[in-house]
Write a protein that binds this ligand. Structure first.
Ligand SMILES: N[C@@H](CCC(=O)N[C@@H](CS)C(=O)NCC(=O)O)C(=O)O
Length: 368
């Protein structure tokens, strides 16, 4: 008997939620394997080379890592119905929302988890890592395994200086999404897209399932909580449609404006930092040595608060997806996206300064 898809993931993990919801939507059979300490050592480190979830092992014994690559590999095997809208505006917006949900919404996700749900998260980490230990042992293990995650807060710009701004921004986003999901089941209509799966990552594991955060979401944005529940038990894949004629729901306009206001300046600075890094290191060989995950620190602004954060290269690998899509558009299709960007205050995305092209080799970002 051939084995099925083995999914190394956990309920507590952001990107596991994204992939799990996708597989459920596509009715892809899989078994979920808890990433205990031994599984990290014997499977994840052995196959991927660094400690990360989610990881997929296929029936052919291939290893897939990174939620985006896992989903796109599945899309070639289970193409129908596509999670990518056809219309240029919807598709561009969906690709951009995925980047932002994956990378920028880590800020509120980590802030809320580690400032309001710490005990719960520590217990979860301990239980996952060492199911064989008693509660005290699990707590000690949880403290240990949580260190790199909780320790990442300053690199993400999550500090006491930004705390109130992060909450203001996140609660503002919840209000915007609550209005949207009062009118639509999913981001682009009655069927989920890659943007829904991306957004579900932070909004399920951290902001719905962590108890103090879940209470906030259910209280101030009950329609968002209902969307999380819909995504957890996705509808039949043949059941819904993206909005006709590439319509962009009006209720997504404030969300796009927020992305441009908060995240686009960071992306521009990140691209500039990468360009300078590559110019300063002519010895870097395309396709070989992995780029550092972070290229020093830079300042960013959120809701009037200013702080430093690490400059992450990974965002730029992800950003190639919407930028490549836009670069390939012509005529009226391109015009439609450009006018959407103009309305959202995102014209700089349309003329994004070129930066060194990135790809992934052995599960790390390298120059292409
Ligand atoms: N971009 C990756 C990120 C995976 C990721 O960040 N996973 C978290 C748990 S949700 C993790 O294991 N992080 C460890 C690390 O980044 O060192 C994806 O989409 O799969």
């Amino acid at each position: 008997m051939t084995r099925g898809y083995e999914f190394y993931g956990a309920e507590v993990s952001y990107f596991s939620g994204k992939v799990r919801a996708y597989m459920r939507y596509k009715r892809i059979p899989f078994s979920e394997i808890t990433p205990t300490r031994d599984i990290y050592r014997n499977v994840i480190l052995a196959r991927v080379g660094w400690p990360v979830i989610p990881v997929m092992v296929t029936p052919e014994d291939e290893t897939w890592q990174d939620s985006t690559e896992i989903i796109d590999n599945f899309e070639t095997r289970f193409p129908d119905p596509s999670i990518y809208p056809q219309g240029p505006r919807q598709k561009f917006a969906a690709l951009l929302i995925e980047v932002w949900a994956d990378e920028w919404l880590k800020i509120p996700a980590m802030h809320y988890r580690w400032t309001k749900n710490r005990d719960f998260a520590i217990a979860e980490f301990g239980r996952l890592s060492r199911p064989d230990l008693d509660e005290a042992g699990q707590r000690a293990t949880g403290e240990e395994t949580a260190k790199p995650f909780a320790g990442a807060l300053p690199a993400l710009g999550v500090t006491p200086v930004t705390g109130p701004a992060i909450e203001k921004s996140y609660e503002g986003l919840l209000a915007e999404l609550n209005a949207h999901f009062s009118n639509h089941d999913f981001l682009f209509g009655s069927r989920p897209s890659i943007a829904d799966f991306g957004l579900y990552g932070p909004l399920y594991a951290h902001q719905y399932r962590d108890p103090a955060s879940g209470e906030i979401m259910k209280r101030i944005a009950p329609k968002v909580a209902e969307w999380v529940q819909r995504m957890t038990k996705p509808p039949h894949p043949k059941g819904g449609e993206f909005l006709k004629n590439d319509e962009m729901p009006e209720t997504l306009a404030p969300v796009l404006q927020r992305i441009m206001r908060e995240y686009l300046p960071v992306l521009l600075k990140t691209a500039d930092a990468l360009k300078r890094h590559v110019e300063a290191h002519p010895e870097l060989i395309a396709g070989k040595e992995p780029l550092p995950r972070a290229l020093g620190m830079h300042e960013f602004e959120l809701e009037g608060a200013r702080e430093k954060r690490a400059i992450f290269t990974f965002d730029l690998w992800m950003l190639q997806r919407p930028l490549d899509f836009l670069a390939a558009l012509r005529g009226s299709e391109r015009e439609a996206v450009l006018s959407m960007l103009k309305e959202a205050g995102g014209e700089q995305l349309a003329s994004f300064p070129p930066y060194p092209r990135l790809t992934r080799r052995q599960f790390k970002v390298v120059l292409e």
